[in-house]
Design a protein around this ligand. Structure first.
Ligand code: FPP
Length: 245
């Protein structure tokens, strides 16, 4: 599917994706679920490059949640080594496509190798000016919000922040996503209809798009479908339709 006609400024500035269904996609074909993650990494590449081609400014991918640490040990270690391999493999293509990498989450919990590779690719792509790709790794929204509350409370205690001055801007400045705008479009694949502790604060006014497509099958065409759906919606931010026109 191609995109319907649009003005560039109508495109979502920030797209976030809950990439779900790797395991089920593999199992449906009688394959080991770990192969689903390998196929999922290919879908990451296709989606990132399609977003870059469209000029999407920010793309945030839920690659590993705080809860994912509870998966079987072999699956966690496969995902971690897949991350290292993907980061190594994709650096050149990211540079060719002018993509800038960043990461959010409890990054200190990642294995040393993943952390090192991540820091290296982040540094090497820092001056790229195209799509800002953010990987959410060991990420949990409640943990992020808790961390912000602790940081702000400490500053209040040390008289750096006055309680009366705490507002949404100050809260935003203490989240992992302080450098990102709110999410405009949140996509979740695999037919599940839930948020799973992803960017709870940042999706307050996001348009939600759920598709039955499993993550390994997601590609440029599916991204265009999601954006077409977004372009048809009227974003009212609490106002009436009449007020918008
Ligand atoms: C959900 O599928 C996906 C994940 C837990 C991890 C996402 C990882 C990738 C897409 C691969 C590598 C990522 C990068 C950034 C290169 P699931 O296993 O929960 O699927 P299921 O619900 O069918 O079991």
């Amino acid at each position: 599917m191609s995109l319907k006609k649009f003005n560039t400024e109508e495109l979502p500035q920030h797209i976030a994706v809950i990439m779900d269904g790797n395991g089920r996609w593999a199992q449906k074909q009688g394959k080991n679920r770990l192969l689903g993650h390998e196929a999922g990494a290919k879908a990451v590449r296709k989606t990132v490059e399609a977003a870059a081609k469209l000029g999407i400014k920010h793309l945030t991918l839920y690659a590993f949640s705080t809860e994912n640490w509870n998966r079987p040990k072999t699956e966690v270690s496969t995902l971690m080594s897949l991350l290292v391999r993907s980061l190594r493999r994709e650096l050149r293509r990211m540079t060719e496509n002018n993509i800038r990498l960043s990461a959010i989450g409890s990054l200190d919990k990642l294995p040393k190798k993943v952390h090192e590779e991540l820091v290296e690719v982040i540094e090497k792509t820092q001056s790229n000016t195209g799509t800002n790709l953010t990987l959410a790794l060991s990420y949990g929204a409640r943990e992020e919000i808790k961390q912000a509350i602790v940081d702000i409370s400490r500053k209040v205690k040390n008289s750096i922040i006055n309680v009366e001055n705490i507002d949404e801007t100050i809260i935003n400045e203490h989240l992992y996503t302080q450098h990102l705008p709110d999410v405009d479009l949140l996509i979740r694949t695999s037919g599940e209809v839930r948020i799973s502790n992803f960017l709870l604060w940042q999706i307050a006014y996001a348009e939600l798009y759920f598709t039955d497509v499993m993550w390994p099958e997601f590609d440029e065409h599916e991204l265009h479908q999601a954006i077409n759906s977004y372009l048809k919606r009227e974003r009212r931010f609490g106002k009436t339709s009449e007020q918008l026109t």
